[in-house]
Design a protein around this ligand. Structure first.
Ligand SMILES: *[C@@H]1O[C@H](CO)[C@@H](O)[C@H](O)[C@H]1NC(C)=O
Ligand SMILES: *[C@@H]1O[C@H](CO)[C@@H](O)[C@H](O)[C@H]1NC(C)=O
Ligand SMILES: *[C@@H]1O[C@H](CO)[C@@H](O)[C@H](O)[C@H]1NC(C)=O
Ligand SMILES: *[C@@H]1O[C@H](CO)[C@@H](O)[C@H](O)[C@H]1NC(C)=O
Ligand SMILES: *[C@@H]1O[C@H](CO)[C@@H](O)[C@H](O)[C@H]1NC(C)=O
Ligand SMILES: CC(=O)N[C@H]1CO[C@H](CO)[C@@H](O)[C@@H]1O
Length: 381
């Protein structure tokens, strides 16, 4: 029965798939796109990658362009977000992955494999909110990463059961204590994106007039009690710093410091642990696999994260209060600043298309994963 169960399930699935009315599949048919939009192959200049509705909705109903002019249903996208949306000229598109690593990897993997797109010259801009390290940036800040680090890809002990001389319950895979370099490498630990492109994006975003909120102003002021949190206590700005990925939405000083240590370890001291989110290593793995097969150009990726909440409490505050109860006031400005900074980046790319972006911004740093899959030698690890 143990063997037959999955086989039976498979057989039933095929049977029911075959029996599904044509209508269910027809929305995924290139002919439908031909009829609706006169073509079934789109070559966007930019794809904005959102993770959930609030991040996506800032791109709908804006004065600059109507991104709901074309809807393309792509098999493999989230059931909550089944369509890629594009402007009428097909130049700018937007996709929503769904939250966390599994949703991000599945959506982006399906997108890069879709026959309806030619992404050979497309820029992908990951544009989402994130937690933030008050040592580096603050609520409402707009950050652009060079490294994405999968910090929780480790062994974990509950701190109550860990050896007394451990500084954290997290131990790198294959290692026997915190802080040792992992010996079991999965390949998704670190991604490095094009720094020259990142710096152009920062220059564009610097022209944005960032939003703040009264609640964020008063909450971040509490971080001024510690000099190491000076960045957290200052108003929002555009900051070059890196993103940590973890499915577990962790919070608190000790875990944040442990994952800052992991970032340092895995990037050989170059990464700046700054924002925390649940998707980027997964989206980047899917883009990298697309790049392996010539479906995307891995040097055309921008990772923008705006800060919605602090990853740790201010001095004297309980970690649980910071995460669960405090009114940090950062969510709304972070959502608004995705649009405010992101639109400047999009305009910069579109206006500079013929001059530079069409042919691409040549990276001067290593780009790719820890395996060196796309060629070159990683400058970390
Ligand atoms: C595309 O989908 C959105 C909802 O997701 C809808 O508001 C819009 O009208 C659709 N556009 C077209 C051209 O069907
Ligand atoms: C994809 O776009 C590139 C750049 O415009 C072009 O060279 C290539 O032929 C296109 N591929 C397909 C299958 O249309
Ligand atoms: C922790 O203590 C054990 C002995 O109890 C020792 O073998 C190990 O090296 C120590 N680890 C660290 C990280 O100090
Ligand atoms: C982070 O690393 C520093 C330096 O090795 C160490 O003192 C500290 O205890 C570590 N923090 C955590 C939470 O592991
Ligand atoms: C790691 O950093 C050290 C010290 O800065 C440097 O000597 C070494 O070459 C770096 N390793 C890699 C792989 O870049
Ligand atoms: C595609 C990918 O990167 N997946 C990894 C992302 O992180 C989770 C949890 O840490 C890993 O289990 C996945 O292998």
């Amino acid at each position: 029965m143990h063997f037959l169960g999955p086989l039976l399930a498979c057989a039933l699935w095929f049977r029911s798939a075959a029996a599904w009315p044509q209508g269910l599949w027809s929305r995924y048919d290139g002919e439908v796109l031909e009829r609706a939009y006169g073509k079934a192959l789109f070559s966007p200049k930019v794809v904005v990658v959102s993770m959930f509705s609030p991040e996506a909705e800032v791109w709908y109903g804006i004065p600059e362009f109507n991104i709901l002019a074309i809807n393309i249903s792509v098999p493999g996208l989230s059931m909550l977000y089944p369509d890629v949306h594009c402007t009428a000229d097909g130049e700018i598109c937007q996709v929503t992955t769904g939250e966390s690593e599994i949703n991000a990897a599945t959506t982006i993997g399906s997108l890069v494999a879709s026959p309806y797109f030619n992404f050979s010259q497309t820029y992908f801009m990951i544009a989402g909110i994130a937690g933030v390290n008050p040592e580096v940036a603050t609520l409402g800040s707009v950050t652009f990463a060079k490294y994405a680090v999968q910090v929780a890809l480790q062994y974990e002990f509950d701190a109550r059961e860990m050896p007394e001389n451990f500084t954290t319950g997290y131990v790198p895979l294959g290692a026997t204590a915190p802080g040792q370099y992992p010996t079991s490498i999965y390949g998704t630990e670190v991604f490095e994106v094009n720094e020259a492109l990142r710096d152009l994006a920062i220059a564009f975003a610097n022209a944005a007039d960032l939003t703040d909120s009264d609640a964020a102003v008063s909450y971040r002021a509490k971080y001024a009690a510690a000099t190491r949190y000076a960045a957290g206590a200052t108003g929002p700005s555009v900051v070059p710093c890196d993103v940590a990925t973890s499915d577990v939405y962790y919070s608190g000083t000790l875990l944040s410091e442990a994952f800052a240590n992991t970032t340092t370890l895995l990037t050989n001291g170059s990464g700046i642990y700054c924002t925390t989110a649940q998707e980027d290593n997964a989206s980047l793995e899917a883009l990298l696999r697309g790049a392996m097969h010539g479906r995307v150009d891995f040097s055309r990726i921008i990772v923008m994260r705006t800060a919605s909440d602090f990853d740790r409490p201010y001095p004297g505050e309980a970690a649980s209060f910071n995460l669960l109860w405090a009114d940090q006031g950062g969510f709304e400005p972070a959502i608004q600043n995705i649009y405010k900074a992101g639109i400047k980046v999009l305009e910069g790319i579109i206006e500079g298309w013929e001059g530079s972006f069409k042919k691409g911004i040549a990276p001067t740093n290593y780009v790719g994963d820890i395996f060196g899959t796309l060629g070159g030698t990683p400058d970390f690890g």
